[in-house]
Ligand binder design. Structure first.
Ligand code: F3S
Length: 75
């Protein structure tokens, strides 16, 4: 299954991901970084979530719009 990954530590909180793909991304008011909803932290410290094919487009847009490239969509 395709996987979406987030290097949350390096997120600068620009919120573009949450704006373009709100069903998967939401800003966290506590630290002003984004949350990838339902994701779990992997051993390398990135958060990751398996998604359906139909959800790739929205997450690809989030990947494209992030100014610091902390979102990766892997197929
Ligand atoms: Fe952070 Fe990039 Fe989203 S900086 S808030 S992951 S667009």
């Amino acid at each position: 299954m395709p996987t979406v990954r987030l290097n949350r530590e390096d997120c600068i909180g620009c919120s573009a991901c949450a704006g373009i793909c709100p069903s998967f991304w939401a800003m966290n008011n506590e630290d002003n970084k984004t949350d990838l909803k339902g994701a779990e932290k992997a051993q390398d410290g990135w958060f990751e979530l398996e998604v359906e094919e139909r959800d790739l487009e929205c997450n690809r847009q989030a990947e494209d719009v992030c100014p610091v490239d902390v979102i990766k969509v892997i197929q």
